[in-house]
Structure formats: C-alpha cells, structure tokens
Design a binder for this molecule. Sequence first.
Ligand code: NDP
Ligand code: GDR
Length: 370
Amino acid sequence: MKTALITGITGQDGAYLAELLLEKGYMVHGLKRRSSMFNTDRIDHLYQDPHEKNINLKLHYGDLTDSTNLIRIIQETQPDEIYNLAAMSHVKVSFDTPEYTANADGIGTLRILEAIRILGLTEKTRIYQASTSELYGLVQAVPQSETTPFYPRSPYAVAKLYAYWITVNYREAYGMFACNGILFNHESPLRGETFVTRKITRAASRIALGLQEKVYLGNLDSRRDWGHAKDYVEAMWRILQQDEPEDFVIATGVTTTVRDFVKMAFAEVGIEIEFRGEGVEEKGYVAACSNPEYQLEVGREVVCVDVNYFRPTEVDLLIGDGTKAKEKLGWEPKHDLPALVKDMMQSDVELFKRDTYLKDGGHRILNYHE
Ligand code: NDP
Ligand code: GDR
C-alpha cells in the first residue's frame, strides 16, 4: 500500500485528490489547519473514525508556516508521495496579505522540500508542487506551454514563482523526484465561493430561485482556460507516476471570458442574459426567461460591475497548451466547459433550494457579497 500526504486536503483539489487516492488503495494522510469551526466539509464523506483500526484516511493538524510541525508529520507518516496543495490561493486577497502569502505559498514549499532532505527521504518521497498558470501573468505568448516565459502579476503569483523554482532547484541539486504541475484554472461544485465561476453559479441559482437580487462582478473581459477539478487531480497523480520527474502544463486549450461564463451559467436555468454598456457601466439584463419555474421579468438588471473586484494588476488571457501532458501522461480533460457549467449549476440549484424552504419559513437569508 502506498502512502500519500496531502497538504490542503480540506480545499477543492485536496478533496478530489483524497477521493482518487483512496480509490486507488492508498493510505492517505492530510494536513488540516486548526480552525475555530469545523473546516472539513469537503471531505466529510470520506471521514473515518480515528478510534477504529485499519483506517486509510488520517488528518493531522498542521500549517505550511510551521517547519517543525511539517518535519514531525513527514517523519511520522513516511510518505511515498507528497502533494503540496496548501496555499493562500486567492489572487485578489494576496494583494491584501502579501507577506503571509509569500510565507505560506513560497517558503511553505521550501519547508516541505527541506523536511524531506533533513529526514533523509530524498530517494523515497516524490513531491508534487501545485504550480499555476498565474505564473504566466502578463501575456508573453499564447497558448502558454512549459517553455513560455513567466511574468507574475500578483503577490500570489510571485510567491508561486519562488515555489516553482525551488522545486526545480531541489530536483536538480539533490536528485529529488519533485515536479511542478502548472495547472490552469479548474473549478467544480466544490470550488471556493469567492472564485469567479462559483460566485457566478451561486448567484445564477440564487437569482433564479428568488433568493438574491443581483451579482456584482469585477473584470468581465478577462479570459480563462477553465477545466474540471476532478480531471485535474488525475493529472497530478499521473505526474508522480512517471519514470522521470518533469513539469507539466495541465489545461483544456479553450479560453472564455467571464462575461460568457455568466451567460452560460444563467442559460442552465433557462435565463438569457444580454450585456449592455461600457466598462464599469456595463450591466447584464434578463433578455428572456424560458423556464416557467422561475419568474424573472425581462429587462431586469441582474449583473453589475463593481470596481472593488478589480485587481491592481490583472492577468488578461490564459490559454494552455497541454500537448506534453497528452503525449507523456496520456492525460486529456474529460469535461469541457459546458459540462463543467452544467455540473456546477445543478449542484448549486439543488443546494439553494434548501434556502427557499428556510425563506418560506420566515428565516433571514443572507446576501453575502464577496
Ligand atoms: P483551495 O483554496 O480550495 O484550498 C487551499 C487549501 O490550502 C485549503 O485546504 C486550506 O485550508 C489550505 N491552506 C491554506 N493556507 C494554509 C497554510 N498556511 N497551511 C496549511 N494549509 C493551508 O485551493 P484549490 O484546492 O483550488 O487549489 C489547490 C492548490 O492548487 C493551491 O495551492 C492553489 O494555489 C493551486 N492552484 C489552483 C488552481 C485552481 O484553479 N483551483 C490552479 C492552479 C493552481 P483551509 O480549508 O483551512 O482554508
Ligand atoms: P484566478 O481566479 O484569479 O484566475 O485564480 P478567480 O476566479 O478569482 O478570477 C478569475 C478572473 O475573473 C475575474 N473576475 C473576478 N474574480 C473574482 N474572484 N471575483 C469577481 O467578482 C470577479 N469578477 C471578475 C478576475 O479578475 C480574474 O481575471 C485562480 C485561483 O484558483 C488560483 O489559486 C490559481 O492559481 C489560478 O486560478 C490558476
């Protein structure tokens, strides 16, 4: 039985990866942060009672900013594979917490690599580093591949740039099996609520169900290469099963604007959106509503632009070239964007139907804008 340690197991990717590795028969250890509330919602369906014998999922308290803790957990668990997914992963928030982001996302990766070296596990333990298409930043060339130059545009991306290169350096300096997966945006029903796709699918569901008036978004022109997280964790695993350690771009090769994502999400509930106006004055209106379940007036304003969601420096266009992953890993995405949007919308409509019962029962339903 192989043993894996997943940092960031309580996040979107951590949850899907834990599920995948358990299916493959791994013993899975996960690093979770202490929180004042339970923070394991995404993996509760995998929970195993630690009092039982022969469990194959175990959680450990830890933090990427605490090297002694990382050394102890790696020593105790002796992993064959470490998936370093933990990070302060929100690009906009990284402008508010740049030092913390550098510490967790940049130096955190170094702490893991050093722990492996200190413990003499360089031959045994393979490491996957969660690198990102945000490294490309200001567009140098498209589509972006493993050889496209980096130009990071946020404290998050700069921290991840350090993590990328320190992973390459430890591979070259100490012969470690350490790899970067340069993953383009990937989403799912488990996506954090403040990333744009989930913000949109939540809002489209809630607006259709009469729980929310409108949604405020930032830059509608930015383009992303969006895939499904379920497919992307499979690529992470394949990267660590190769004969030689290498870095891979994981992407769909299709790019779409935020504006078009909005249209696709609303279309899933039978609502056609038309955008009118320029720049910050641009707004999205209901152009048609073909679903008799939802009572949305034609002409109603449901999308507005709020400059507070703009970033000081933006990444305008991401579109990945996944040729190397296809050729060497045999990896291709199983979901296209319409399938992703459908999955997210079905899940959110189902989720928020519960709130309609609460609303009907007189409970206050919060419109939380973030
Ligand atoms: P999430 O934000 O959903 O999850 C991040 C995880 O990291 C959570 O488990 C979080 O814990 C944990 N975490 C945050 N800070 C620390 C810390 N200091 N110590 C320990 N754990 C910490 O991210 P995703 O699952 O979407 O992404 C996984 C990784 O992949 C991240 O590194 C991200 O930067 C990277 N990435 C993501 C892409 C995407 O499109 N999703 C694309 C490319 C890269 P808690 O639950 O307590 O907050
Ligand atoms: P990103 O994802 O920054 O690409 O990072 P996010 O969904 O936050 O933004 C995508 C694009 O949408 C624009 N946008 C908005 N974004 C948010 N969050 N909220 C809004 O209201 C909004 N309106 C427009 C953004 O400006 C941006 O252009 C994600 C994270 O998962 C990173 O951890 C990961 O490394 C990269 O993807 C690849």
